[in-house]
Write a protein that binds this ligand. Structure first.
Ligand code: AMP
Ligand code: MG
Length: 478
């Protein structure tokens, strides 16, 4: 199927006008297609061979409108760094409509009613980061929005420096956020709050349509999905960086990629966001913030769910999180059964990695080949004695494993990525793209999409991060 034959619908526009603002994208000057993602093209049921690059460029740039599309920005609020902001909204994102269960959204396509002081633009640097990381997270099995294509342009956008304007076409089954509910609750629009909950159920939790206590069950499901998502983040060392409630998806997927980072050397208190002075969104605080954010959502839903019921759902968060994280870690270590002292084994592993300034990704990958020779692992640690002690415990755990060494290796290699897109790697692609060389963006897309495979041409990206690039902080500007 070709893109010009598809027809979008816009169910969100059936809600009250206060939910959205209809607005057309403002095209960028001299757009260029940087990359498109055939996996996402197929999600829309389109044939990658029939993609016409110029056409895709025009669609992203808003100069070609898809059939049925009525572009709009969505209104929402949110707690930013703990403080409530009564109205935010899509200040630089414009929704095109729904197709095949995916809501198509352009990010960086100009001002909307919700732009406040902003220019409605996104720069090439941050757009490359969002485009690649959406696909990387998906390939790591982490729930996320997706990205279909990316354009750059000659348009100058003012940030710390002048940068190029860019647009990403993102896809999500839903763009509703915790902050969407907060907007209606805190402005006392409870009829609309209910409309929004009904909309979300129809859109994303259809199994709850007509079910008794559906709002409580919907909230319970969001609690569970959010806990699972954050357990996944922790297991791979992903630091989101801006877990404001407007960046928390109501369907529990990772959205709004900003100054995120994968941990290089393991550092539990790592803060990727340069402006987050207090470490509110540090790596080790993410699980707690997930809970805090869900409590805000519970409060926003209080006209629909009794406080006892929402408290009961929220109470399950810790258990959902821990159970999922233990399951993921158990797999990462190739253990069939959890040892009795499971939390000691895991906790001491993380302390050992931290004390040894060990790069988490190569560590787990190297461990996936472990047969008793400790030297490749010890080479990754500045605390070899502690690592030896930990490996003694690990060896004991392997004794009670029922699977063969070969089976363990195969399982571990399938869940311990060889490649994650660390910031220094992304930066190399960005530096080239700024000079109109998009080859590494496209190379990294392939790497992102198959992180467990061998990619000899990118072997150096599988090594520990060079010291000068380790655990840097990123500017929030995007
Ligand atoms: P973010 O932290 O990127 O998720 O953005 C927080 C809020 O600021 C959202 O409402 C965005 O739409 C808005 N925003 C961020 N950057 C811009 C911009 N350049 N122009 C307009 N609105 C923006
Ligand atoms: Mg956002």
């Amino acid at each position: 199927m070709k893109i010009e034959t598809i027809s979008l619908t816009t169910p969100y526009l059936n809600l009250d006008p206060i939910f959205y603002h209809e607005v057309h994208p403002t095209p960028l000057h001299n757009p260029q297609l940087v990359s498109y993602n055939t996996d996402a093209v197929q999600l829309l049921g389109l044939d990658p061979d029939q993609i016409v690059p110029e056409q895709l460029t025009n669609i992203l740039n808003g100069t070609q409108i898809l059939n049925g599309s009525r572009p709009y920005a969505m209104c929402y609020a949110g707690h930013q760094f703990g403080y409530f902001v009564p109205r935010l909204g899509d200040g630089r994102a414009i929704n095109l409509g729904l197709y095949n269960g995916w809501n198509l959204q352009l990010k960086g396509s100009g001002q909307t009613l919700y732009s406040r002081q902003g220019d409605g633009r996104a720069v090439l640097r941050s757009s490359i980061r969002e485009y690649l990381m959406s696909e990387a997270m998906h390939a790591l099995g982490i729930p996320t929005s997706r990205a279909l294509a990316l354009i750059s342009s000659d348009e100058k956008v003012a940030r710390e420096n002048w940068e190029r304007g860019a647009i990403v076409l993102r896809l999500s089954p839903s763009w509703i956020r915790f902050g969407s509910f907060e907007y209606f609750f805190h402005s006392n629009k409870h009829a609309q709050l209910e409309q929004l909950a009904d909309f979300l159920i129809t859109e994303s939790f259809p199994e709850l349509v007509g079910v008794e206590d559906a709002y409580t069950k919907m909230y319970g499901e969001i609690v569970k999905r959010t806990a699972h998502m954050i357990a996944h983040w922790q297991s791979v060392g992903f630091n989101h960086g801006v877990m404001n409630t407007d960046n928390m998806s109501a369907i529990g997927i990772t959205i709004d990629y900003g100054p995120y980072a994968f941990l290089d050397t393991f550092e539990s208190g790592y803060i990727c966001n340069h402006t987050d002075h207090e470490g509110r969104y540090s790596y080790d605080n993410q699980p707690r913030i997930g809970h805090w954010n869900l409590a805000q959502l519970g409060r926003a839903l209080s006209p629909l769910i009794s406080p006892e019921k929402s408290a009961h759902e929220l109470e399950k968060y810790g258990n959902y999180f821990t159970t999922k994280l233990l399951e993921l870690l158990k797999n990462k270590l190739g253990l069939d059964t959890l040892p009795d002292e499971e939390s000691t084994l895991f906790r001491s592993l993380f302390t050992t990695m931290e004390n040894g300034r060990t790069d988490m990704t190569p560590f787990f990958r190297t461990l996936s080949h472990y047969e008793g020779d400790r030297s490749p692992l010890l080479a990754l640690s500045l605390a070899p004695n502690q690592l030896n002690d930990w490996l003694d415990i690990y060896d004991e755990c392997l004794q009670i494993n029922t699977s063969s060494v070969h089976e363990r290796h195969a399982k571990m290699l399938a869940c311990n990525p060889k490649y994650v897109l660390k910031n220094y790697i992304l930066q190399e692609a960005i530096d080239l793209a700024e000079k109109d060389d998009f080859s590494l963006v496209n190379g990294l897309l392939k790497l992102a999409q198959s992180p467990y495979d061998e990619h000899p041409e990118f072997e150096r990206y599988a090594q520990s991060t060079p010291l000068q690039h380790t655990n840097l902080k990123l500017s929030c500007s995007s």
